[in-house]
Design a protein around this ligand. Structure first.
Ligand code: HEC
Ligand code: HEC
Length: 268
């Protein structure tokens, strides 16, 4: 059986690698690129000689449906953060090769369960944001990631229905938050499944697919020059920040929904 990386490198001829779109025809790059999925160096090529091109790397429009199915599968291999990251970067590697072939996507496994189970930032957002950052300039990545975070907090998820589901689930929920803790707990409560149940796992697998697909939709819109921000933050945030933000008390920061955690602390 072919390994994933062998199958991938077979899709590209040596010629395409050497004289393809990027035109990175240095000996060092050839040594790395021919290895396919991982960083396999040819004999005589030293790791220090492999050059990554300057950031941001070139984005090619991807099919959100393909990315969604890949992310769903990836979730069951390396969890949520790996799932979104591997789906986007892995597709870019399969579609365009170098430099995306340089990235060992397993480096994103740490994001599982909101960073090794701490239930802080949802791993699917973490992984998708990292992928967006690879291919977007300083002016572009904040607006795309902001939109992804806002969409995640306000959308009823999951939407994606896999080809071969590992569990049957129907319930969706709105997290109101990018936090794994809030997102998982709200869904578990709404659906009546435990936070450690296989059904909750299936929910997060589908949500991983949704987040990867939406990240790609945003990247595609940006690539077409058609990106429009749709997320409207709750008005309470700007109200609270008018006193607590940098122009006044300057004692907090953030874009999360203040009221979800604090209620209205000033109500008498
Ligand atoms: C009109 C200005 C103003 C607005 C608007 C405002 N705050 Fe405050 N807030 C203060 C001041 C002044 C203090 C410190 C004095 C105090 O404790 O009342 C404070 C204290 C706090 C504290 C710490 C003390 C405590 O009561 O726990 C929290 C938390 C807080 N605010 C959250 C919020 C949130 C959340 C919002 C929006 C829903 C908000 N604030 C809106 C002025 C404001
Ligand atoms: C995920 C939950 C969460 C969210 C969302 C959140 N906070 Fe907090 N905030 C806390 C916790 C926990 C503390 C520390 C304990 C406390 O004082 O309540 C805190 C502390 C504060 C304090 C106290 C500072 C002091 O001097 O006592 C202020 C003011 C505050 N938050 C304002 C805000 C504002 C404004 C927002 C929205 C932009 C916000 N928070 C969003 C959880 C949250």
């Amino acid at each position: 059986m072919l390994s994933e990386s062998t199958a991938r490198s077979d899709k590209y001829s040596r010629r395409e690698f050497l004289f393809g779109a990027g035109g990175f025809a240095t000996g060092a790059v050839i040594g790395a690129a021919l290895g396919g999925g991982g960083l396999h160096l040819l004999p005589g090529v030293k790791a220090a000689e492999v050059k990554a091109p300057p950031w941001p790397w070139p984005y090619k429009k991807l099919d959100p449906k393909v990315v969604a199915q890949r992310a769903y599968k990836g979730y069951y291999k390396g969890a949520c953060c790996y799932g979104t990251f591997e789906a986007i970067i892995g597709e870019l590697a399969d579609e365009t090769g170098y430099p995306f072939t340089l990235i060992p996507t397993d480096t994103m496994r740490y994001g599982e369960g909101g960073v090794v189970g701490w239930a802080s930032l949802c791993g699917s957002l973490n992984g998708a944001s990292a992928a967006i950052n690879y291919v977007s300039s300083e002016k572009v990545y904040p607006k795309l990631i902001n939109e992804l975070m806002g969409w995640y907090a306000t959308e009823a998820l999951p939407i994606f229905v896999p080809e071969n589901p590992k569990a049957q689930i129907k319930v969706t929920s709105i997290s109101g938050s990018p936090l794994c803790h809030v997102s998982v707990t709200n869904w578990s409560k709404a659906a009546g499944y435990g936070a450690f149940s296989p059904e909750r796992g299936e929910r997060c697998a589908r949500l991983t697919a949704d987040v990867a697909a939406h990240a790609v939709e945003l990247l595609n819109a940006e690539a077409d020059g058609k990106f429009v921000a749709k997320y409207i933050p709750p008005v309470t945030i700007s109200e609270c920040m008018s006193c607590h933000g940098k122009k006044a008390q300057n004692n907090t920061r953030g874009e999360m929904d203040c009221v979800q955690c604090h209620g209205d602390p000033h109500k008498k």
